[in-house]
Design a protein around this ligand. Sequence first.
Ligand SMILES: CC(C)(COP(=O)(O)OP(=O)(O)OC[C@H]1O[C@@H](n2cnc3c(N)ncnc32)[C@H](O)[C@@H]1O)[C@@H](O)C(=O)NCCC(=O)NCCS
Ligand SMILES: Nc1ncnc2c1ncn2[C@@H]1O[C@H](COP(=O)(O)OP(=O)(O)OP(=O)(O)O)[C@@H](O)[C@H]1O
Length: 197
Amino acid sequence: MSFLLGLTGSIGMGKSTTARMFAEEGCALWDADAAVHRLYAKGGAAVGPIREVFPEAVIDDAVSRDRLKMIIAQDETALARIEKIVHPLVARDRADFIHESTADIVVLDIPLLFETGGDKGMNAVACVTVSPELQRERVLARGTMSEAQFETIRAKQMPNDEKCRRADFVIETDTLEHAGQQVQDVVRQIRDRLKHA
Ligand SMILES: CC(C)(COP(=O)(O)OP(=O)(O)OC[C@H]1O[C@@H](n2cnc3c(N)ncnc32)[C@H](O)[C@@H]1O)[C@@H](O)C(=O)NCCC(=O)NCCS
Ligand SMILES: Nc1ncnc2c1ncn2[C@@H]1O[C@H](COP(=O)(O)OP(=O)(O)OP(=O)(O)O)[C@@H](O)[C@H]1O
């Protein structure tokens, strides 16, 4: 059984970038957002259940994220109803990945790890962090979200300092070089632990 390292952090804090650094160190990588993309795509397991609740969110047999964002902006109960459909499907995808993996360390990139109680199933948790100013700048620079959408998502997430307090490792994503050094250090510590276990 692989060592399960949860990787979390608030929106735009650098999870995906840091996750790729873990993959470069030989860890297997599972990405919750990528799982959601597969579930929403044509043939994905979320398409049918979403269509039943929000028929207007499905275009060409795939879930439209733009439509979902419009629905969420107009109806404050919508996100919770979407989550109720999506989260169990994501959990199944993750369990299958862990079951099939042969790597010594599996890194699970999960934005809502603490919010959904997923941290309990991990051997350790790493949290990425950066200043709120840089976070905002990075998210808005992507151009995929308005300021209001960013604030809605951020308000729903556990504050980042609390996530960092609860994590076993904190990785500061101020520069790529600094983050890379911290990733190597975390991997070294875990492999040392596995050697002596
Ligand atoms: C709201 C949606 C349509 C926005 O899509 P979009 O492509 O613009 O953004 P993306 O999915 O990359 O999300 C950006 C970031 O927002 C945060 N976020 C996304 N969904 C949620 C949520 N339900 N609660 C809190 N934060 C969230 C995460 O940090 C995520 O990484 C999409 O995120 C969605 O369908 N969310 C519901 C499913 C879900 O709960 N996903 C979270 C991972 S399991
Ligand atoms: N260590 C770093 N140094 C400099 N820039 C970084 C670093 N990590 C991430 N970034 C930049 O910050 C932005 C957000 O990073 P990334 O997409 O990895 O965040 P995320 O936490 O996965 O986002 P989300 O929660 O929205 O999915 C990107 O533009 C990325 O290039």
